[in-house]
Design a protein around this ligand. Structure first.
Ligand code: PRX
Length: 659
């Protein structure tokens, strides 16, 4: 167990609150009564939310928790998720409404209406069927933020195949690990992607990943950058456009069981092996759609929504694809980075498309702060109504900056706490209802129950801190870890097994008003720019380098990225010390991690040390290493097997980093 950041702890005395304006409250989707309504009968509340969707067959039971911790929601119900996200809007007369305003990084744009989306998804579904894909088959998708990514996900959902989206920045070996674990039959990727104005190859990386991958029958390649020399494997590879354009644009969706698997999404745990989080259909879509409606106050046909996440993460799944499209959103999807070609790109897009609901991550807000308030000030941001934050705790300073410089002191901010595992937002203010408070996610949503408990599982009082647990099942909850029921029980349900609570892995605290403050992970998972990375994964990558004998990794507080990865390595005896301690050798280690996992896992800093602090049972004491990484006085060393180790470490430090 690790402790929360002391920096955050000092900030929990927030007394500023911001009530909703009367005008906003009068038209808000959310009402104050919904908490009481849901408390009275949670299942009836969720059944009412499920009725916002189209069901081919209605459920006979809202929740079956008899096989806990494996939940079944809307038992006996049948629906097609893609039909709910696309076709039903066309049938209701909204075919001409723009679903996606797509903005490419180089400046190309494309508007896709619901009618077009229906045709595209149908074609892609027919294409997948022509390749022999059937319900429950796994389709891995590694694509950047282009319309085909969303179309491919919806095409899978339409035919009942499960997608497993792998973030475009993951290395070939990370992709391979995920393809093998899911036994994916098809991989969908692109020829290349634009990154900061340049085309970078993508297909070549996928080829490297898939060498000898036996489950993969076909690789579908979207043409995006149009390079001439795309490596090609005849018989296995197919151009997306050649396959899909030849298909009929008519496809009749089949209704699947409410518990039919929808997707797997891999996320880091406390071991080196990523967990395939499994989500199913009816309950997931119900909660994604309800929360998007209530938390963002989304009004179909009026609002323009923009979630800046990548579809490689759960935020992209629930708040770009499923929740928003189920609610007939008009949304912006942007391919590029926020500073390409200039640091005002987001504000320019908001101005152009009159974006009214904007959802992003604290790390980006802090980056915008660094770039300066004069940049957003040059643009007309008056269309904005609601601002969202997700992925990590938002410090009150960033919250206030966001409110003032982006939201013009008028937009409610929703700080939304949730996880890949929860499927949808769990703790958040409701705009128009909640008096918001900088830095706090405040209160579980209606129909959701969360508590802060102590080590023994007892709820702490106001002002008390401990672990965040979810004490009642919820519709969007994960249904397990792909292929590993035991790991599912062990990871989430064993810590408070007596009480039957889901252990989220986050530290939390109630303030004097009883509002919840999230304090970061309490396990060996780091949160770097809102991305979950396990310390063990980075350690494994480091020790796979021939010069490294042992490695220990910690997440150290970082003013921009939330946490930064700091590694301590012991080099092999036969490595010439001077050479290995040189900056070039340290850079090589950093690049090695980037190559093994992906650039998001590149350590900010690597320190070469003669020893690592271990307990008598051999467990690395990361707490002490974090003290070093954060330049703090070293804490209690009495449980160390050899208490002089910390002196050795502190005296002989030599490190390398970008700074
Ligand atoms: O530590 C919490 C943090 O992100 C973790 C979940 O990461 P992931 O599954 O990648 O999903 C990220 C997007 C939902 C949580 O365990 N986290 C997420 N949102 C917040 C947060 N921490 C504090 N405040 C938040 N709003």
């Amino acid at each position: 167990m690790t402790e929360q950041s002391p920096a955050l702890d000092n900030l929990l005395t927030e007394s500023r609150t911001f009530p909703p304006s009367e005008a906003f409250a009068a038209k808000a989707n959310a009402t104050a009564d919904s908490y009481a309504e849901a408390n009275e009968d949670r299942e009836a509340f969720w059944a009412r939310q499920a009725e916002r969707l189209h069901w081919d067959t209605k459920w006979s039971q809202v929740l079956d928790w008899s096989d806990a911790p494996f939940a079944k929601w809307f038992v006996g119900g049948k629906l097609n998720v893609a039909y709910n996200c696309v076709d039903r809007h066309v049938e209701a007369g909204h075919g001409d409404q723009v679903a996606i305003h797509w903005v490419g990084e180089p400046g190309d744009t494309r508007d896709i209406t619901y009618a077009e989306l229906q045709r595209e998804v149908s074609r892609a579904a027919n294409g997948l069927i022509s390749l022999g894909v059937t319900a429950r088959d796994r389709v891995a998708i590694q694509l950047q933020m282009i319309p085909e990514a969303i179309i491919a996900m919806l095409a899978c959902a339409r035919i009942g195949a499960m997608h497993s989206v792998v973030f475009g920045g993951f290395s070939p070996s990370a992709l391979r690990q995920r393809v093998d674990d899911a036994q994916a039959k098809i991989v969908i990727t692109s020829d290349g992607q634009y990154r900061r104005g340049k085309a970078a190859p993508m297909k070549a990386n996928v080829d490297e990943a898939l060498a000898g991958a036996e489950s993969v029958e076909k690789v579908l390649v979207v043409r995006r950058t149009g390079e001439d020399d795309v490596p090609w494997n005849n018989g296995r590879d197919l151009w997306w456009h050649e396959l899909v354009e030849a298909q009929s644009d008519q496809h009749t969706p089949e209704a699947f069981d409410s518990e039919h698997p929808l997707y797997i999404l891999y996320t880091s745990g406390t071991t080196g092996k990523p967990k395939g989080i499994l989500h199913t259909s009816g309950g997931y879509l119900t909660q994604a759609a309800y929360t998007h409606h209530a938390v963002f106050d989304h009004k179909p046909g009026e609002d323009v929504y923009w979630c800046t996440a990548d579809i490689g993460w759960v935020t992209g799944h629930s708040y770009i694809v499923y929740g928003p499209l189920a609610n007939r959103v008009t949304q912006v999807v942007y391919e590029g980075t926020p500073n390409t070609p200039h640091e005002g790109r987001h504000w320019e897009i908001i101005q152009t498309y009159k974006v009214s609901l904007y959802y992003t991550a604290p790390t980006l807000i802090r980056t915008f702060m660094k770039w300066g308030a004069d940049i957003p000030a040059k643009y007309d941001l008056s269309s904005l109504r609601v601002l969202g934050s997700v992925g990590e705790p938002i410090n009150p300073e960033a919250w206030m900056w966001y409110r003032e410089h982006i939201g013009g002191n008028r937009c409610p901010i929703v700080d939304t706490w949730w996880q890949t595992e929860t499927g949808s937002i769990m703790i958040s203010p409701l705009p128009g209802v909640t008096h918001t408070k900088p830095g706090s996610a405040q209160r579980p949503l209606p129909g959701i129950s969360a508590k802060v408990v102590d080590d023994a599982g007892n709820e702490v009082g106001k002002g008390g801190g401990g672990y965040l647990v979810l004490d009642k099942p919820w519709p969007g909850m994960l249904r397990g870890i792909w292929g590993d029921d035991e790991r599912y029980r062990e990871t989430y349900w064993s810590r408070f097994s007596e009480q039957g609570y889901y252990f989220a892995g986050d530290g939390a605290k109630y303030d004097a008003d009883g509002d919840v403050w999230l304090l970061g992970r309490v396990d060996d998972v780091m949160n770097v720019s809102g991305h979950r990375i396990s310390t063990t994964e980075v350690e494994s990558a480091l020790v796979s380098h021939p010069t490294v004998a042992e490695a220990a990794v910690v997440g150290a507080t970082d003013p921009t990225t939330g946490q930064g990865i700091v590694a301590f390595v012991i080099l092999r005896g036969d490595v010439a010390e001077d050479q290995a301690r040189g900056d070039a050798a340290i850079q090589e280690l950093r690049n090695h991690v980037s190559k093994e996992i992906g650039p998001i896992a590149k350590p900010r800093q690597i320190m070469v040390v003669p020893e690592l602090p271990k307990t008598r049972s051999g467990k690395i004491m990361r707490r002490l290493l974090r003290d070093v990484a954060e330049n703090r006085e070293i804490g209690d060393v009495t449980t160390l097997a050899d208490s002089s180790v910390m002196d050795l470490i502190s005296s002989g430090l030599k490190s390398g980093s970008d700074e």
